[in-house]
Ligand binder design. Structure first.
Ligand SMILES: Cc1cc2nc3c(=O)[nH]c(=O)nc-3n(C[C@H](O)[C@H](O)[C@H](O)COP(=O)(O)O)c2cc1C
Length: 191
């Protein structure tokens, strides 16, 4: 897979196959995020890799999926839920750039996963205090973003932004995701 194919396919997936992810692949994701770029090389991020089924099941109801869709379409049903999560946390006071580190970490994980055919979703609308309790995290670990992982149970395609300018994603007749992206000429000035 070349890098453009990787970027095209590395979309947000909200339905997954009930198929385990090899522990070696998950270890590879964590090793590559360990060496990611970090502001001032301060490395304030901490990670929780969750694959224990009782914990992943307890976390599902705490996630708010697909704000643009009605829940019956956007929330994964039993048998479609992610099989693993990586919770990205900030430890301690952090620094002004720590959420940029979170973005770098998230993209490192999701691209690395898709290189193995594994889909993902970055999730910010999560009841983090309850997740923190379920996972018994240290008090000074502040959860910032949850990454859901699993083999895709649907497709997701990039489409043009329609005439009315809406960037809301939607489902097509096969219930696959269609994600409008702006044209490069609309978002980039070349000098
Ligand atoms: C920081 C961040 C937080 C997000 N939080 C959620 C979320 O809570 N629930 C959800 O279903 N999708 C969430 N998403 C996924 C976005 O909705 C998705 O990236 C967007 O619709 C574009 O789709 P694409 O990722 O396939 O390009 C989040 C994405 C990012 C980058």
């Amino acid at each position: 897979m070349d890098f453009n194919e990787l970027c095209l396919g590395c979309r947000t997936y909200r339905r997954f196959q009930p198929k385990e992810i090899d522990a070696g692949i998950l270890d590879e994701l964590m090793e590559n995020v360990r060496i990611a770029n970090s502001a001032m090389n301060a490395q304030v991020l901490r990670y929780v890799l969750v694959r224990e089924p009782s914990l992943t099941a307890a976390m599902q109801p705490l996630i708010h999926w697909a704000g643009a869709l009605p829940p019956e379409l956007g929330t994964p049903k039993a048998g479609e839920t992610p099989v693993a999560f990586v919770l990205i946390c900030k430890e301690g006071r952090g620094n002004p750039w720590d959420d940029i580190d979170v973005g770098i970490a998230a993209r490192t994980i999701t691209l690395n996963a898709y290189a193995h055919g594994i889909g993902s979703a970055m999730l910010g609308a999560v009841e983090f205090p309850k997740v923190k309790e379920i996972l018994s995290l240290p008090a000074d670990w502040d959860p910032r973003l949850l990454i859901a992982l699993g083999y895709p149970g649907c497709e997701s395609h990039i489409v043009d932004v329609p005439e009315n300018g809406s960037t809301k994603y939607f489902l097509d007749e096969k219930k696959d995701y269609c994600v409008p992206k702006r044209q490069l000429s609309d978002i980039c000035i070349k000098k």
